[in-house]
Design a protein around this ligand. Structure first.
Ligand SMILES: [Zn+2]
Length: 250
């Protein structure tokens, strides 16, 4: 692979020796990549302006290293810093959660420019006046949809019949189950028709449209609980950012 250039957002940062960092980026053109950035500290440090901070939106130049799946990043220029996120503990907690969630459900090399723009738009929205909780729900649903992990909603996830109310949401069956199939999962959760509609609306509408959406609190709470169980089932490790979020939301 020759020298490449791409828009990129930093998901994770790890110090490597005294003057280098290993950064995990989600890039527009190449999906998730890990890259070494050298010369980040000391008298010859060449990076300023926050381009190496987590969530920074940068333009990076990078190339392959011999016998390594970690790239060398030779240039990292800041495009957007998302300052308002860094000034609010709540917004910071939600941004950390979105970055960690994306990191945990993607593998290096899976390219998906739409995922990149979903993260970028979500960080922009989180930098404004929108409710951080709502941004997180939009991010979760749209991410599941883009990765092909969306729960089954129109038909019963167990028997395939059309679902008529009342239905329940089954994490292990992967979506709604009809009243004949309630025995298939005794831990299935109740779900309001409004919650099902809300998920479908977010999935089917543009980011710009759903960004302005208001949600009644019963639906918001139920949606949060259902998505949490569904995502936890698909993610192998426990997300550290969730502990932080819990503290913030107390
Ligand atoms: Zn069924």
């Amino acid at each position: 692979m020759p020298i490449q250039k791409s828009g990129a957002i930093i998901l994770r940062s790890q110090a490597l020796r005294e003057t280098s960092l290993i950064l995990t980026f989600y890039t527009e053109g190449f999906g998730k990549i890990n890259g070494i950035v050298r010369g980040v500290r000391g008298p010859h440090a060449q990076y300023g302006g926050g381009s190496l901070e987590i969530f920074a939106h940068d333009e990076i130049i990078f190339y392959e290293r011999k016998k390594s799946d970690i790239f060398t990043v030779s240039q990292c220029d800041l495009i957007e810093f998302f300052n308002p996120i860094r000034q609010s503990l709540e917004r910071l907690a939600y941004a950390s959660y979105m970055a960690e969630l994306l990191d945990s459900v993607t593998s290096p090399g899976d390219k998906n420019a739409e995922v990149f723009f979903l993260l970028l738009n979500s960080l922009k929205l989180l930098s404004g006046e929108s409710s951080a909780r709502r941004v997180a729900r939009i991010f979760e649903i749209k991410l599941l949809n883009l990765l092909g992990l969306m729960p089954t909603l129109g038909t019963c996830a167990n028997c395939g019949n059309k679902t008529d109310m009342p239905v329940k949401f089954s994490v292990i069956q992967g979506g709604l189950i009809c009243k004949n199939c309630l025995g298939a999962d005794k831990n299935a959760m109740s779900i309001l028709p409004g919650t099902v509609k809300f998920i479908e609306h977010i999935r089917g509408s543009s980011f710009e449209r759903v960004a302005r959406l208001k949600v009644v609190s019963s639906v918001g709470k139920e949606l949060e609980a259902i998505l949490r169980k569904f995502l936890d089932y698909h993610i192998e490790r426990r997300l550290k950012s969730l502990e932080f979020l819990k503290e913030i939301e107390k």
